[in-house]
Ligand binder design. Structure first.
Ligand code: SIN
Length: 215
């Protein structure tokens, strides 16, 4: 690349990054990616679960008919990638990919980095009936908070930001079942929402790894 060429850095979030990016950005765009569905097939032992009781978080799975709404963040520089490498890759088990994100009317397309989990990572849990997903989400929590918070805040974010006729029906169903299960267990769903809880990701990484991540 020529020295004078300006590179644009974008990150696309379709999970917790939508409502809790955790890095600075100069601009953002609500948009969607085509050819994928959002699935709660990735396990999580660092943020929303533990080794003994892993939680469930979202990943993108290829589906020619599918589309997933999320938020593309325009970064001022590359600094956020170090933070995301730790949060998404090292702790979360995700891989780094690139994807085209389209605005609702299709007038804008940005090429963004996206974090995707596949069956190749050790936290992968894979497909399960929605009732099983809900049972797991409703009973797991980790250093970042309750697993139900992840699902509820993501579903809320989607309702507030994606077009009404394009909502992820699987996410909405999971949210409903999780809320039912919490309520049945005598837990007020609002009480699992603790978005002000901030996790120090660096406290979970061995010193040697921190040095190589330069964090
Ligand atoms: C994302 O939000 O884009 C990645 C998955 C997650 O961290 O929840």
């Amino acid at each position: 690349m020529a020295d004078d060429q300006v590179t644009d850095y974008w990150v696309f979030g379709y999970g917790s990054l939508c409502w809790n990016p955790g890095f600075e950005f100069k601009d953002s765009m609500i948009g969607y990616v085509q050819g994928f569905s959002r699935k709660f097939w990735q396990g999580n032992i660092a943020h929303r679960g533990t080794k003994q009781k892993p939680g469930r978080v979202a990943t993108l799975v290829e589906n020619p008919e599918g589309f997933v709404w999320g938020k593309a963040f325009h970064l001022p520089d590359q600094n956020a990638f170090q933070y995301l490498e730790m949060r998404e890759v090292y702790l979360g088990g995700y891989e780094v990919h690139k994807v085209d994100v389209r605005s609702e009317d299709g007038s804008r397309v940005v090429n963004a980095t996206v974090y995707v989990a596949t069956a190749d990572n050790s936290q992968w849990l894979g497909e399960a009936p929605v009732d099983e997903l809900a049972a797991q989400v409703a009973t797991c929590s980790g250093p970042a908070g309750h697993n139900a918070e992840y699902v509820i805040l993501l579903a809320r974010w989607e309702r507030q930001n994606a077009p009404d006729d394009r909502l992820d029906s699987e996410l909405a169903e999971l949210e409903t079942l999780v809320i039912c299960r919490l309520t049945a267990a005598g837990i007020d769903p609002d009480k699992v929402l603790t978005t002000n809880k901030r996790v120090s990701f660096s406290s979970m990484v061995p010193e040697k790894k921190l040095r190589c991540l330069n964090i």
